[in-house]
Ligand binder design. Structure first.
Ligand code: RVP
Length: 491
């Protein structure tokens, strides 16, 4: 078998009357979930925590929260995404009347909210927001209570079944930012905020669940302790769980998917299995009950599996082979790792993928975890493989991701066999502008291919294989680049 990857192929230009800005990039993430933007941010500790997941979902994609965190912290990250914006917060964070302003401040910081309903024994007593705190000196925060400071009932409220237009009317009429919803006994049953209305208009493509909350995924392992982690995440409202393994065909990983699929706790959760790189690997995941199959063994920019273990399949061939199992079964395929340019997205889709997962292309964004690093006056962000020594070693805190590489029994850091490296990528600003370039590139692919939808692109796309001279010709050549383009060389 010959193994080809992104740099080995190009898509043939075709007759077209498609206008790039009018194409529809919606595609299936799993059996039950579709995304308007077929992009996923990788479950890596230098790529996806709640901030990134929120930004991805707002743009119509989805983020998978990494699992190099305690189960509680990971579930907390999921909750932050689910609470970040929605038509209505069903289970709002609240504060008790006897809490101090310092405690309130901590809660608001933790949940990234600007104010909270004040509740005692389920009953709404009042509301406390930035407005109430504006004239309180900071020295008084540790002693002043919420009861002394809040705006008490009667407040403008609405019943739980209030319609969206009516809620918007009440917010506007009373010039308020938060509308608590209460039942006949005055018990708090939800909260609508003006911010949510603004966000809905600002991000019309956002990926949302039936309650208007942003979609989010999270990675889990397959060892016995992963079961409790998965239950915690399901309880936190996660939409998608990715059973995350460097060899998705390993019996333990398949058993985990089978067990989850057979348990009603995961009825509302879509399960992604991976990673595999062959038809039989994809078939094994489908047979175990996976709702999507993730493909990629060794293509990642930070991955050394192919040289350390000598194992892997170049990514275009891996996608094509796996799609032979996924296509007939109607199970979506995720192409994970190895994408360097926007043009690789269309290549992955034509090879058989439905969505793509990105690490290095997003790691330089403002929304990723970690601070900016300055090197010779240029700005960078750290980016490391989950199989790197740094991610798998304890270094003072526990690593939760060693089992991705089947090394969870390794107790000392000098016995780890890394399958990834640690590095940095240029800082590239906010995710919104990076995705604008990536999705814009996909629009162009669709124009050249004469496709107005992703299924049409998958159907119509045809490859030509290149030589190394063809690849050299594809990139700028024989000219010294003086200005970096935002989607080439400037990242
Ligand atoms: P890339 O987008 O090329 O940076 O690749 C990201 C992908 O690489 C991840 O989604 C994951 O599948 C894989 N990965 C993460 N860590 C490692 C490793 O340490 N080998 N590989």
């Amino acid at each position: 078998m010959v193994g080809l990857t992104y740099d080995d192929v190009l898509l043939l230009p075709q007759a077209t009357n498609v206008i790039p800005s009018e194409v529809d990039t919606s595609s299936r993430l799993t059996r039950k979930i579709s995304l308007r933007t077929p992009l996923i941010s990788a479950a890596m500790d230098t790529v996806t925590e709640s901030r990134m997941a929120i930004a991805m979902a707002r743009q119509g994609g989805i983020g998978i929260i990494h699992r190099n965190l305690s189960p509680e912290d990971q579930a907390q990250q999921v909750r932050q995404v689910k609470r970040s914006e929605s038509g209505m917060v069903q289970d709002p964070v609240t504060v008790g009347p006897e809490a101090t302003i310092s405690q309130l401040d901590e809660l608001c910081g933790k949940y990234r909210v600007s104010g909270l309903p004040v509740v005692e024994d389920g009953k709404l007593l009042g509301i406390i927001t930035n407005r109430d705190l504006r004239f309180i000196p900071e020295e008084e925060f540790p002693t002043k209570t919420v009861r002394e400071t809040m705006t008490p009932m009667p407040l403008v409220t609405a019943p739980a079944n209030v319609s969206k237009p009516e809620a918007a009317r009440l917010l506007a009429k009373h010039k308020i930012e938060k509308l608590p919803l209460i039942d006949d006994d005055g018990r708090l049953s939800g909260l609508i905020t003006v911010k949510d209305f603004v966000k809905t208009q600002q991000y019309p493509n956002a990926s949302k669940d039936a309650h208007g909350r942003l979609l989010v995924g999270a990675g889990v392992g397959y060892l016995s302790e992963s079961w409790d982690r998965a239950l915690l995440l399901a309880d936190a409202g996660v939409d998608v769980l990715v059973v995350d393994s460097a060899n998705g065909e390993a019996k333990l990983a398949l058993d985990m998917i089978r067990r989850m699929r057979g348990d009603s706790a995961f009825d509302d959760v879509q399960i992604i299995g991976g990673n595999v790189a062959t038809q039989s690997g994809a078939q094994a995941l489908i047979d175990a009950g996976a709702d999507a199959v993730k493909v990629g063994v060794g293509p990642g920019s930070i991955c050394t599996t192919r040289v350390v273990a000598g194992v892997g399949v170049p990514q275009i061939t891996a996608i094509y082979e796996a799609s032979k199992a996924c296509g007939p079964a109607g199970v979506p395929l995720i192409a994970d790792g190895g994408l360097q340019y926007s043009g690789d997205i269309g290549k992955a889709l034509v090879a058989g993928a439905d969505t793509v997962m990105l690490g290095s292309l997003l790691a330089g964004c403002d929304e990723t975890p970690g601070d900016l690093v300055f090197v010779n006056g240029k700005q960078y962000k750290h980016y490391r493989g989950m199989g790197s020594l740094g991610a798998m070693s304890s270094r003072g805190k526990r690593s939760y991701s060693k089992d991705r590489y089947f090394q969870s029994d390794v107790t000392s850091d000098d016995k780890i066999i890394p399958e990834g490296i640690e590095g940095q990528v240029p800082f590239c600003g906010v995710l919104g502008s990076v995705l604008y370039e990536l999705v814009g590139g996909l629009h162009q692919t669709m124009f050249y291919s004469g496709a107005t939808t992703i299924p049409e692109l998958k159907e119509r796309g045809r490859f030509v294989r290149m030589t190394s001279a063809g690849l050299r010709e594809s990139h700028p050549h024989d000219v010294q680049m003086t200005v970096e383009a935002p989607n080439y060389g400037g990242r």
